[in-house]
Design a protein around this ligand. Structure first.
Ligand code: ATP
Ligand code: MG
Length: 239
């Protein structure tokens, strides 16, 4: 499994009566940007949480850089930006980031915070109380928090929801630059222009990957004119 950032095979996870993952397979090579697309409730967040060691599948294999997810997290290999902001609203931006640095045992805190804030273009809000920021700004702070310890795998769960188009483009320039330095990125999204920027896409429906490939491959396979209609056709065909 050399060169593989993510290896998932036959992953199953049930929450009571809900089968969130029903035998999901996905492999991601180091340095790739892979997008996860799928309807609400199809299992994207559950799968990402399994990779972050927060959900324990009942069956199947999950490894990150050849290790169990919990070990990969402990080794500082994974940065996870959650779908719901995991920030303390009553603290400042800087205090939140210091807290994440402390959790990760990071020493050069000030440099890490400055770099991460520079990346998301929020240096001027460093001392702002998080609850006073706009929604998109809070998203940017969450991304900064995921970048602090320079992880080798970034898990981004709908990272650009509420982020304006200009900044979304900046985010993607930055994701691309990180990938150029060998960082692997798994990103869930409902935004098609964003999906088109990924190296490869996995379409998830009802807890399984129903199709994977580049945006061009998937569009051609579905005989569609664009990715959005390809996605709808492939999802309908698998129903
Ligand atoms: N902790 C939990 N307890 C119970 N059910 C859960 C839990 N987490 C997820 N589920 C259920 O598992 C299914 C998959 O949810 P998940 O959050 O993975 O979907 P998603 O693809 O991320 O959706 P969205 O696009 O809306 O974010 C849903 O039916 C959801 O209600
Ligand atoms: Mg989700």
């Amino acid at each position: 499994m050399d060169g593989l950032a993510i290896f998932a095979q036959g992953v199953r996870k049930r929450f009571g009566a809900v089968e969130a993952l029903r035998g999901l397979d996905l492999t991601v090579r180091e340095g790739e940007i892979v997008g996860l697309l799928g309807p609400n409730g199809s299992g994207k967040t559950t799968f990402i949480r399994a990779l972050a060691g927060l959900v324990r599948p009942e069956a199947g294999k999950v490894s990150v850089f050849g290790r169990a997810p919990g070990q990969a997290v402990a080794a500082g290999l994974i940065g996870y930006m959650t779908q719901a902001a995991a920030l303390y609203g009553e603290l400042t931006v800087e205090e939140n980031l210091r807290f994440f640095c402390a959790l990760q045992g990071r020493r050069d805190t000030e440099r890490a915070i400055s770099e991460a804030l520079g990346t998301v273009d929020l240096e001027d809000r460093r001392r702002a109380i998080v609850s006073t920021l706009s929604g998109g700004m809070r998203t940017r702070v969450s991304l900064a928090a995921a970048l602090l310890h320079e992880p080798r795998l970034l898990l981004l769960d709908e990272p650009t929801v509420g982020v304006d188009p200009l900044l979304r483009r900046d985010f993607w320039d930055h994701f691309r630059a990180l990938a150029g330095r060998g960082v692997t990125i798994l990103v869930s999204s409902h935004v098609m222009d964003e999906a088109a920027r990924c190296d490869r896409l996995g379409l998830i429906r009802a807890g399984v990957v129903i199709a994977e490939g580049t945006a061009a491959e998937l569009t051609a396979r579905a005989g569609a004119s664009d990715l959005e209609s390809a996605f709808v056709r492939l999802a309908e065909a698998s129903a």
